[in-house]
Design a protein around this ligand. Structure first.
Ligand SMILES: [Zn+2]
Length: 339
């Protein structure tokens, strides 16, 4: 057991946890970052396992805990506190989901409803209501199935980054190709994805169902039940790699599309692939403000200490499928330490 795992289990011992809760910082806003809630067999699952944040059982256990100890709000609530000059209540927490997978509705939404919790769903709008897998899932699938001759790909300016991942035959694993692709200027990324896709068959229906995006009917139903909907751009563009025109257009169109579909205002955007520093820059933040967003959510780990100052680069607490329940509780109590 490593040091942090040991510390989490100590903190979470019966009798100790309430004492620790007393000394944790109740003024921080904690934002949980999920992608998908799904039960999979990792050995045979043909897409990106890293996007599965929790099994259905683990998610239910996590929500039961959140419900008993935290005050769960949305960005609309935060805006209201600000407008009324009210102090943000202690132990405030926001639950967020990125991308817009159908399992958010099928698996997570019923559990959220059962515990009376609200969550925020960030959607890449071009995919919603389609059977098209997100581009990174399609890429993961083709590479995992060995359908791409990665030794022949022209990775342009990212050839060097990819080089260290290649084996002696020049073959790139999924992770290496992904690391190169996400660093390419947007135009080069799209060109490379077209090159990879050339002559590829569509996904078999049963496999495509594993990564199906939400439908607009599902989105509307969740919004009608108090869930908040935010933007995750149109095409899951890595904003820092796009031209100012592309970035402005993705931010504006995704926002307008959601607002037309759910007849409610969109307040927040989640930046795609934001754990990397190239994904966000001062120009992107300026364009986010110009497009009328009130909050911008990143993917670096940590609590929100000062909402006003950090509002366009809000940190989150990443929940991964291998986070134990003790670690989950410790992360929420001491987000600076366990982020
Ligand atoms: Zn995403």
């Amino acid at each position: 057991m490593n040091k942090r795992a040991l510390l989490s289990s100590l903190i979470c011992r019966p009798g100790i946890h309430p004492v620790m809760a007393g000394i944790s910082n109740r003024r921080y806003v904690r934002i949980l970052a999920y992608h998908r809630v799904l039960d999979i067999d990792e050995q045979t699952y043909p897409f990106d396992c890293e996007l599965i944040s929790a099994s259905v059982r683990d998610f239910e256990r996590q929500m039961e805990h959140v419900c008993s100890r935290y005050r769960v709000v949305t960005f609309a609530d935060l805006e209201e506190y600000e407008q009324n000059n009210e102090r943000i209540p202690e132990n405030t927490l926001i639950i967020t989901f990125d991308d817009g997978y159908a399992d958010n509705y099928e698996q997570a939404f019923p559990i959220l409803e059962r515990y009376g919790l609200k969550a925020v769903f960030f959607l890449s709008t071009d995919y919603i209501g389609t059977d098209t897998p997100f581009w990174f899932e399609r890429l993961a699938y083709l590479v995992k199935k060995g359908m791409v001759d990665t030794s022949r790909l022209d990775l342009g300016p990212c050839a060097g980054i990819a080089g260290k991942w290649r084996d002696h035959r020049g073959v790139l694993p999924q992770e290496g190709l992904y690391h190169a692709v996400i660093r390419l200027p947007n135009r080069d990324r799209l060109r490379l994805l077209r090159q990879i896709e050339e002559g590829m068959p569509p996904l078999p229906k049963d496999e495509a169902a594993l990564v199906r995006p939400l439908t607009w009917d599902q989105v509307r139903e969740m919004a009608d039940h108090g869930m908040e909907i935010g933007s995750h751009t149109r095409s899951h563009l890595i904003l820092g790699n796009g031209s100012p025109k592309e970035v402005a257009q993705e931010l504006e169109v995704s926002r307008r599309t959601i607002e037309e579909q759910i007849s409610r205002p969109v307040r927040a955007v989640s930046y795609p692939i934001a754990s990397y520093d190239f994904a966000i820059n001062p120009l992107v933040i300026k364009l986010v403000q110009l497009a009328g967003y009130r909050f911008g959510v990143g993917y670096t780990s940590g609590p929100v200490r000062r909402l006003t100052r950090e509002r366009y680069q809000l940190k989150r607490l990443k929940i991964e499928r291998y986070v134990s329940f003790d670690r989950f509780r410790a992360k929420l109590l001491f987000p600076g330490l366990f982020a």
